[in-house]
Design a protein. Sequence first.
Length: 339
Amino acid sequence: MTSASAAAARPVVGRLAPSPTGLLHLGNAWSFLMAWLDARTRGGTIILRHEDIDPARSRPEWREGIERDLRWLGIDWDEGPGMEGSRSPYLQSERGAVYESALEKLSGLGLVYPCFCTRRELRMLAGAPHGAADGLGDCGAPYPGTCRRLSDAEREERARSGRHAALRLLCPDGEDGRMTFSDRLAGEVSCTLSECGGDFPLRRSDGVWSYQLAVCADDIAMGVTSVVRGEDILFSTPRQLRLYRLLGGTPPEYAHLPLLCDGEGKRHGGLSLQALRERGFTGADVIGSLACAARRAPDDSPLTPAALAEKLRTGGGIPWSRIPRGKITVPERFLPLCS
């Protein structure tokens, strides 16, 4: 049985995983709606998990605003802050023990090493040319393995000089690191870990956990079987599959959604839900417009998520093959607000 079929055979557990670093925007509403519909149309469970591992950017008021906006849209959840269940806690800032356990397992495999590169040095790497973007998506610039082969003496010397080390995962080079998976929109995706940036961080030099480690450890621990998110995260997936394999977890089904763009085809999902609410729009206006833009409704009439889910259930669930590929234009009624 493949990993995708194994995930499909389990009871469906989806998740909404916002980062409380600002207001929810139209692009968030699009991805959260589709994640919610995927679970609800298949009789699944929805978890709300706040990804607040970065203390410098995450704020409690943003968490509260996110939950307010989700309720305004009509998107609910079965477990989350204030709705405790067996998968708690639901704030990544409170799940450090889960990440420590995962890191210990990876270290026991001999695959974790300290990286003393400074942020300035890494920014210089990011600014250097590396081909036609290399398909890296959110993965950043390729890491050339600067600290991979340092001797114990060299590591001790750097530590004595006052450099703080991040922790990176050693990844196979070239074809040995090829990862292949099936995406419900993109079809079969295959690339090497080298093409996705090479050895990647597990923990920053300031002690903050990396997104890659935290999201995988949490999804494994919470039994998540379905992940629906934007296609800008597509090339993080091979890294996460590597972690799933090493940590002994079953990967979820993936669906990477096209991004919202303005009338000129430029990415533009940043219109906040608060701004729309203040302009007099309702949550049903937003859902109806998004459903129409994604060809899930014949027009942009107001529509609740529950009503949309019922329509999709009647039709056999989300027809992933019919969702537009590439880009989806921001609903016309909201375009004037995007300028």
